[in-house]
Design a binder for this molecule. Sequence first.
Ligand code: SAM
Length: 271
Amino acid sequence: MWPGMALSIEIEEVLFSHKSKYQQIDIFQTKTSGKMLALDGIIQLTEADEFAYHEMLVHTPMFAHPNPQNILVIGGGDGGVLREAARHDAVKKIDFCEIDEEVIKAAKKYLPFTACGFDDPRVKIHIADGNEFLTQHQAVYDVIIVDSTDPIGPGITLFEKPFYKNLKKGLRTNGLIATQGESIFLHKECIMNLVRMTRELFPVQEYANILVPTYPGGHIGICLGSLGPEIKEPSRQIPKKILEQLKYYTPEVHKASFVLPGFAEKMLGSG
Ligand code: SAM
């Protein structure tokens, strides 16, 4: 994911290494970034900076929506997205669709700081492909969050148009989607494609950028689409109880994450 470049992270110990039906799963103890999960050799999270990605991927769409009650999370087998979604009192139900049960099992054993998301009683786990799951669940959700791997291996379908069409069909009136949006410096073609698909399907489309040191280029994007609510600002006051628990997301960061560098603005402006 870093063409012509590499990121070095000093490893102290390999805690878990296993080839599942879908992918190679590795969990490491690093020297300075805590525990780290890699799938097919690609970093998915480190204990030191996962909060930035998980808070922004969840709270940006959840606070843009006026009253998110029914949530679907696709991917995200580590549980970090669930942990953040469960902070919202309005939420009644969180369907969680992950293709690889082995990732969930490994996270529960080695990554308790994200896997605590599975403890919430509103979470219902479905082991299935996200696209197939959506074909059976239409007009159900207020917010759908896609915490996918990159467009490699089982994640490929989650970057294609039929999936985006199904995401739209999965939403209720005023629903929103937020999907993992790669790096504006390194994955231009992929991002332009995501933005183009979202723009064709949703009346409101936006792209946010977040700082995450261990993702390619030190940042990652979120591609968002909405059937109604504006996305660039929270639609309501952020409860003090939630803000006190967060380390990255604030209402100001919500707005600022949509201000992109000039080249990215130009790139996405043309769709
Ligand atoms: N935040 C991470 C990143 O961008 O590097 C992604 C983390 S999360 C571990 C990604 C999860 O998506 C994996 O557990 C993987 O098994 C799951 N996944 C991949 N393809 C999927 C699919 N088609 N349906 C459902 N889950 C999928």
